[in-house]
Design a protein around this ligand. Structure first.
Ligand SMILES: [Mn+2]
Length: 410
């Protein structure tokens, strides 16, 4: 059986002039996947960027997920098994199986993107359950745990406790941070390490982390699918091209295929030791010029410039105009400046603001974090579903909030 994996297509993600990039990259990924004539396509979450997508994003979803449906009918039979109940999945063309990611995660009373996509026939949705793909006398079981908040991830995984099915190939699909794969200075948190991952699976596929990687340790074979589009501009994303992965379950051969014509990311760090504003401007200008010099592809490069160290005495990072640094590159490159100067009390606030700007998702999770911190200080403590409460507040359902809180109080 041939199975294609990719993830984190982030449909609906835009940044300045990059308005169609998520769609284009996802389309290319699907075309590349389809060209392999796979029996099954497995996605590891974050299909969309916003948990409640716009109509325009829904149109993109429909356009892209109808592509595998238009292909020659896959010869597999597909069964979904959840809570002991098993039913055959009817699909058109090449079936798609997916978990939800961080970006589709919603409180349990709310419909998420994957619920809708499953009912629309675009995919089979896994969360704490598995599908069985049968072809002739072989079978592959794909077990999936959708993305859950990191601090609960290990508990949820242990509670679900997936067990490989005997005498067939078993694949486990997750969407979490994994300690060993995080760079030491990364602000992302993780509660799961490789040792915590259950044994006995032929392959463990993980989305969420946007750079691709593959490794084997303690008899566990791990694949990080990586994203199909650059959203976070992390250093590792500049080193690892965006890919899809093809597994031949007969030979266990895993092949990486680069998505053609992808946008290049360059990640540059500049260390300062007390420079003036003009000197900072000149150094950034030279750095970006040098990158443009070596950039040969036709699409505009993404250049992230991280400014470290310290400015001249008396200068604050706020005195440095990001607009002045970016203006020369309009139409030549998409430049992002990260001011990470040390020794300034502004540092954390600027970093904070930059993160806030990055996405609506970050603001939502920040809000949720604040709410959880405040709840911790009250007598409600853990008895309240904070995500549910947050979604009610977000939608202005004050009556329901009061109802929920007074119910818990009694
Ligand atoms: Mn993602």
């Amino acid at each position: 059986m041939k199975i294609v994996f990719f993830s984190d297509t982030h449909l609906g993600f835009t940044q300045e002039k990059r308005t169609t990039e998520a769609f284009d990259q996802c389309k290319t990924a699907f075309e590349l996947a389809i060209a392999q004539q796979p029996d099954l396509i497995v996605l590891a979450g974050d299909l969309v960027h916003h948990s409640v997508p716009s109509q325009e994003t829904w149109l993109e979803v429909a356009q892209l997920f109808s592509l595998p449906q238009k292909q020659k009918q896959s010869e597999i039979k597909l069964f979904k098994e959840k809570n002991g109940a098993k039913h055959e999945v009817h699909f058109q063309g090449i079936p798609v199986v997916s978990i939800h990611g961080t970006h589709e995660h919603r409180a349990k009373d709310y419909a998420n993107v994957l619920d809708i996509m499953e009912y629309s026939g675009f995919l089979t949705y896994l969360h704490g359950c598995h599908v069985i793909a049968e072809k002739g006398n072989t079978a592959v079981v794909v077990h999936g745990m959708s993305g859950v908040p990191e601090k609960k991830a290990l508990d949820v995984l242990k509670y679900w406790n997936p067990k490989p099915v005997e005498n067939v190939k078993n694949i486990l699909v997750l969407h979490q941070s994994i300690k060993e794969f995080l760079p030491f200075d990364d602000e992302m948190v993780a509660s799961i390490s490789v040792a915590d991952l259950p044994g006995g699976f032929d392959l463990i596929v993980n989305g969420h982390l946007h750079w691709t990687n593959e490794f084997s340790e303690h008899g566990k074979h791990l694949l990080l699918t990586g994203s199909t589009v650059i959203t976070q501009m992390k250093n590792l994303e500049s080193k690892k091209p965006k890919c899809i992965h093809v597994l031949d379950t007969q030979t266990n051969q895993l092949t990486k295929l680069e998505i053609p014509n992808q946008r290049r990311l360059y990640y540059e760090k500049i260390e300062f030791t007390g420079e003036s504003l003009q000197e900072v401007f000149d150094k950034v200008y030279k750095t970006v010029s040098d990158v443009l010099e070596k950039h040969k592809e036709s699409s505009l490069p993404l250049i992230k410039v991280k400014l470290l160290g310290k400015l001249a005495v008396g200068l604050k990072p706020g005195d440095l105009s990001v607009d002045d640094l970016l203006n020369p590159w309009d139409g030549k490159a998409i430049v992002a400046i990260d001011k990470s100067f040390a020794g300034s009390d502004l540092r954390s606030r600027i970093k904070h603001l930059a993160e806030l700007q990055q996405s609506k998702q970050s603001i939502l999770s920040l809000g949720l974090d604040l709410l959880e911190k405040n709840l911790d200080k009250t007598s409600f403590d853990k008895s309240i579903d904070s995500k549910h409460l947050f979604e009610l507040l977000e939608q202005g359902e004050e009556e329901k909030v009061i109802e929920l809180l007074s119910k818990k109080k009694n």
